[in-house]
Design a protein around this ligand. Structure first.
Ligand SMILES: *Cc1c(COP(=O)(O)O)cnc(C)c1O
Length: 562
């Protein structure tokens, strides 16, 4: 089963979450989608990568919403045994001085070109483990700090041991965010300097050897995205896994900071957009932080109606999406409009089925969907309802939103309710719907089905953002704050529109700027069919062609992996 994957050296891609397929709920949001797109591209391009993640049997959560927009959460379980082969290896990791056993399931990502990429899902739900340990790989981003640290021990240390037990030969270890940084501690242990060669005052490990093999991608400037653990907890769970002084030197003297650990043990470090790399360099002075701008998987995120169009006029685009650069010249206006109309009908039907709201397929539709949390500012569009009504009286439009708040993010949940209240207040003047349980499958319907993709993060906290890239592949322009990838993707009035006065400007004028752009640029342009289709085509040719995971992975391959 694994034999075809063991022949050549691979890059091991460690990630806490991964959207390996729409029906496997082992992801919470953008980070997991990116991991899935990374592996889908590895399969397409036949790059030798193996992903390691947790099986997360209870999934992230299923969101349901009351009429008032109160979120409730239910487990979203899946059973790996129902569809995946279990691999014939078992490894132990040390937690609180006992062995916790880890087994693994194999999911194989298959590209339509025939390439394949393996995903190893780690699982501690084994009869030889104590009851509490059996649940360590159940809940994604659930549980307390000790639970999280145990998960990260399973992921980093268990994952590394599992790859070895399965017979993988690994040339580089790529940490997708700091969650996986404990893998570097296991590498340290394997790189002990023999006592005669140890130097007083120096760590007894070959640090350059470990750095040579590790790559670290940091994904957010938001503090809560960076795990930190108190040393009493670390000492209790991990004991003397690596030498005490070395650990404090590499991971921080007060608390174990996973980001710092990863920074100190990786020979290649990058942020996920040019702006994000710049912000990260300011956050971590003294480290070289490169920029590899994120991308999305072309075939996964292109609506079938557009995929058929590209197949007809730009054959080979799935392997070489750069070919989409010609979209503005060689796609017919009517064909683009028809493909969009099909995508939009699909969305209108889904909205009716999910919420009972009937959207008008002829009205311009704004879309907004992402994790509902403070810095994403989902409420910004609704900061002045009278103003919105006034705009809609002259130029009618409608809105579709979606997004989950993390179960412990009370502020994020309040924002969902706030958006619901705004939508109720706006009806009947402006039609709108909030779709429950935003996930990969819903995103595939929602994003291509709208006319304008809205994004309003608080600068500079959107490291990259990827949903606007998915929109571009489907000829949907963005109306977005200049942050993350949009600083690279926005050509004003050509590929979409910016909100605010630029990446360094204050955010207080953003609502006004959003309303002005909507009223004076976006909606009037939408009323001119030909001019609008020109924008759609340029979104495809300027941005759809560039912001793909194929470009991203070719860069990782040539600059970090080789
Ligand atoms: C693409 C995607 C995201 C990430 O979108 P951002 O623009 O980065 O916020 C989150 N969730 C789902 C389901 C997605 O498809």
């Amino acid at each position: 089963m694994l034999t075809p994957f063991l022949g050549i050296e691979r890059v091991a891609y460690f990630t806490m979450e991964i959207a390996a397929a729409p029906q496997i709920p082992t992801y919470g949001g953008g980070l997991g989608i990116l991991a899935g797109d990374t592996l889908r591209t590895a399969a397409d391009l036949e790059l030798p990568v193996v992903a390691v993640s947790l099986v997360s049997r209870s999934g992230y959560f299923r969101q349901s919403l009351s009429v008032e927009g109160l979120q409730s959460e239910a487990p979203d379980p899946w059973d790996p045994a129902a569809s995946l082969p279990r691999l014939a290896a078992k490894v132990a990791v040390p937690i609180e001085n006992r062995d916790v056993w880890v087994c693994a399931w194999l999911y194989t990502i298959e590209a339509h070109s025939g390439g394949r990429a393996p995903v190893i899902f780690l699982d501690t739900d084994l009869p030889e483990n104590e009851a509490a340990d059996r649940e360590l790989t159940h809940r994604l981003y659930g549980g307390d700090t000790a639970y999280r640290l145990k998960q990260e021990i399973v992921l980093g240390i268990g994952g590394l041991r599992m790859l070895a037990a399965l017979g993988f030969r690994i040339r580089k270890y790529h940490m997708n965010e700091g969650h996986a940084a404990l893998l570097a501690l296991e590498l340290l242990r394997q790189a002990v300097v023999p006592p005669p060669d140890q130097r007083p005052g120096e760590p007894p490990y070959d640090l350059p050897d470990v750095r040579e093999r590790c790559i670290f991608t940091t994904h957010t400037p938001v503090g809560a995205g960076h795990d930190q653990f108190d040393y009493p907890l670390v000492d209790r769970l991990l004991g003397n896994f690596v030498e005490r002084d070395t650990l404090r030197r590499l991971a921080g003297s007060d608390r174990l900071d996973m980001t710092q650990l990863a920074l100190n043990l990786s020979g290649y470090v990058n942020g996920v957009a040019k702006r994000h790399a710049e912000i990260s360099r300011r956050m971590y002075p003294g480290y070289i932080v490169r920029a590899v701008t994120n991308g999305v998987h072309p075939h996964t995120w292109t609506h079938p109606a557009f995929a058929a169009l590209y197949d007809r006029h730009l054959p080979g685009w799935c392997h070489e999406p750069e070919m989409l650069v010609r979209a503005d010249c060689c796609l017919g206006d009517d064909d683009v409009w028809q493909a969009h109309a099909i995508a939009k009908r699909g969305l209108v039907e889904r909205v009716r089925a999910l919420t009972g709201v009937s959207l008008d397929p002829d009205l311009p539709t704004l879309g907004f969907a992402r994790r509902m949390t403070a810095y994403k500012r989902p409420e910004l569009l609704f900061s002045d309802l009278d103003r919105l009504r006034a705009i809609a009286r002259r130029r009618p439009f409608q809105v579709v939103l979606a997004g989950k708040a993390h179960p412990r993010d009370e502020d994020g949940k309040r924002r969902i309710a706030q958006v619901h209240a705004a939508l109720r207040a706006l009806a009947p003047d402006i039609r709108g719907a909030f779709l429950p349980n935003y996930d990969m499958a819903l995103a595939q319907v929602l994003i291509p089905g709208v006319d304008v993709w809205l994004n309003t993060p608080q600068r500079p906290l959107e490291a990259s953002g990827t949903s606007g890239m998915k929109a571009a592949l489907n000829g949907v322009p963005s109306l977005s704050v200049l942050d993350g990838w949009w600083i690279e993707g926005c050509v004003e009035g050509i590929t979409g529109w910016s909100i605010g006065d630029g990446p360094d400007s204050a955010s207080d004028g953003d609502a006004e700027s959003l309303y002005a752009k909507l009223e004076r640029e976006v909606l009037p342009k939408h009323a001119e069919r030909e001019a609008w289709i020109r924008v759609m085509k340029r979104a495809i040719s300027h941005n759809g062609s560039v912001f793909t995971s194929h470009r991203m992975m070719r860069r990782y391959a040539s600059e970090a992996y080789l």
